[in-house]
Ligand binder design. Structure first.
Ligand code: PEP
Ligand code: MN
Length: 359
């Protein structure tokens, strides 16, 4: 084959490439239109029967030299790319997506902004008594912390473990918080309790075990109280964002996301802190992102480095469990910091003191 012949064939290929590109994009535009129609009609995007019909039709007309399997393979790739294009559009439409809302959402808890300067949420795993909460609250105020956490409804793995003080626990939190000018973060597990909880808490926590309790998410979407939504034990980042979308799409835009570790085969920590989730969530969503250094690690000896790692990765704050005497705590005894350890953590982090956190 002469050089000239080769050049001619190559230039024919170049021409065909451009035609194919043109046709592929024309096809993609039509696929997008179909995607919009399906969205309007609430239909699922992937239609395996239709794909099978298209592949059969193509194979029927295949005159080679590609064999039928190669034709199937090539077109499946085209179908997959079209579907991804439709999915991408779907994610663009999410209310929690940064594509939809480029500016950071700042969740105001009283006069404390969450999503601006890094903040700290601290307090016992469970509310055990007024004295216990009071002791922790004093140290929080000393350290310039504005948000106290404490579980009143505890979703415990074993039904025989301490289940929390319930409404009495919320009342204790409210009394102590009001005494010290703090704001309350506490978990609610029952959709029917959401309305009642707004009387006592400033932030409704939805825990890892309930991240996909859709009725709870919908109920939390119907109030105006900010919601702190924790990533499920085995939830993907996308599933966390869809869970947040349940709340935001019902009308409550005040959602704070929390990375709290996911379950892996690792045994030296309770969970594996997915630090990668922090910058990814910050990139994909406009909602504030916190890191729970207690439930991720399940131990407290590494609290300072993991908190620093979280902040370095772009987290908007830290959540940590603090108990006056962790060794006798009714839940999560191994991971709760004592008061001195908490003070050391605060010194190590040197969180910015905003006007609202000045005592
Ligand atoms: C908690 O923060 O009290 C808690 C139970 O954490 P998680 O839902 O992340 O396990
Ligand atoms: Mn706990």
């Amino acid at each position: 084959m002469s050089n000239q012949e080769l050049e001619e064939l190559r230039s024919k290929l170049d021409e065909i490439n451009l035609k194919l590109l043109e046709l592929l994009n024309e096809r993609a535009e039509i696929a997008q239109l179909i995607g919009h129609l399906k969205t309007k009609q609430g239909m699922v995007k992937f239609d395996p029967v239709r794909e099978r019909e298209m592949l059969n039709e193509l194979v029927k007309h295949n005159r080679g030299p590609f064999d039928d399997n190669t034709v199937r393979h090539l077109f499946k790739q085209i179908f997959k790319a079209s579907l991804e294009l439709q999915e991408e559009n779907k994610n663009k439409q999410l209310l929690v997506s940064r594509k939809r809302h480029p500016e950071d959402t700042i969740v105001m808890v009283g006069d404390t902004p969450v999503g601006k300067e890094p903040i700290m949420i601290a307090g016992p795993c469970s509310v055990e008594s007024e004295e216990q909460v009071n002791t922790v609250a004093k140290v929080l105020v000393d350290q310039g912390v504005k948000l106290i956490r404490g579980g009143a409804f505890k979703p415990r793995t074993s039904p025989y473990d301490f289940q929390g003080l319930g409404i009495e626990g919320l009342k204790i939190l409210r009394r102590v918080a009001d005494r010290y000018g703090l704001k309350v973060v506490s978990e609610i597990v029952n959709p029917a309790d959401i309305e009642m909880a707004t009387e006592y808490v400033d932030v409704i926590q939805i825990g890892a075990r309930n991240m996909q309790n859709f009725e709870l998410l919908k109920a939390a979407g119907q109030v105006k109280t900010p919601v702190l939504l924790k990533r499920g034990l085995a939830a993907t980042i996308e599933e966390l964002l869809f869970a947040a979308e349940y709340i935001v799409s019902r009308g409550n835009s005040q959602v704070i996301l929390v990375e709290r570790g996911i379950r892996t085969y690792e045994k030296w920590t309770r969970n594996t802190l997915d630090i990668l989730a922090v910058p990814i969530l910050k990139q994909e969503s406009h909602l504030p992102v916190l890191v729970d250094i207690s439930h991720s690690a399940g131990r407290k000896d590494i609290a300072i480095p993991i908190a620093k790692a979280a902040l370095a990765a772009g987290a908007d704050g830290i959540m940590v469990e603090v108990h006056p005497d962790p060794s006798v705590a009714l839940s999560d005894a191994n991971q709760q910091l004592n008061l001195e350890e908490f003070t050391n953590l605060m010194s190590a982090l040197q969180l910015p003191v905003t006007s609202s956190t000045v005592k």
